[in-house]
Design a binder for this molecule. Sequence first.
Ligand code: IPD
Ligand code: CA
Length: 250
Amino acid sequence: MNLEAELNLAKAAGRRASKRLRRRETSDLAVDSAAGRDIKLAADREVEAIILEELQRSPHPVLAEESGDGGIDRERPYWVVDPLDGTFNYHRGIPHFCTSIGLWQGDRPLLGVIGDVPGERLYSGVVGAGAWLDNQPIRVSPQRSAAQAVLATGFPVGRSFAEESLREFTARVQQFKKIRLFGSAAMSLAYVADGMVDAYAEDGINLWDIAAGAALVLAAGGSIEIGQGGSNPWSRNVRASANPELWQRS
Ligand code: IPD
Ligand code: CA
C-alpha cells in the first residue's frame, strides 16, 4: 500500500472538512438529537458526507461516526472517521474541536490526520515515518514523571456520573501535576503528539474519537494502549503517553 498517497488523500479530506466547519453557519448548529449526554448536529452529517466523498478515491472501506460500519474487514486497511470531534464545543463556540481521519488495519493505526479547526492547523502522521503540524515535524514531550506531567482526559457520553465512578476517576488522575478536559478526545491526542500535553486517558471512548490521534501519538514517538471498553463493539479504554513510565503507578 502507498501510505504517502493515502496520507495525501486524508489531508485533502481533512482540509476540506475543516474549511466547511470553519463557516459554522446557523443551520450547521441545528440539533439533530440530544439523547442523554450526547448531542448530534446537522454539521456532523454534512461534514461526514464531504469526507466520505473524498475517501471514495481510496480503495479502503470506511467506519464513520454518523453512518457506521461501511462493510469493513478488519484484516484489511479501513478508514475511521469522526467528522467533528468536540461537537458540544462546536455548538457553543468553545474553540476545541476538530475533524479526525485515521487509517487502521486490525487493531493497529497506520496514519492519522486531525484538522484543528479554530487553530487553522492540520496535524498529520504516519506510524514509523513521523508526525507533522502543518509542515513542521512534531514529537511527544520528554516527560517521564507523572508528578510533573499534564494529563488530558474526558467524560465520554456513556460515562456514569455516580459517586463510585467519579472516585475511580479521581484515583486515576491524582498522580498527575495538572489535569485538562478539552472536550475532544482527538484534540487531546494531537496535543500529546505535539508535546503540549504528556498523557491522555479515557475509558469507554469510541474508536472514531481516537483513531487518528492514536496514529499521531505513535508517529510522534509516544506510546498507546487501547483495550476493549464497554459493551458497544467500538468502545475502547485508552491510555496514551509521551512515555509509558508515566503510567507506572496507576
Ligand atoms: C466526544 C469527545 C469527548 C469525549 C466523548 C466523545 P463528539 O466526541 O471526543 O472528548 O469525552 O466521549 O463522544 O461527541 O464530540 O464527537
Ligand atoms: Ca467524536
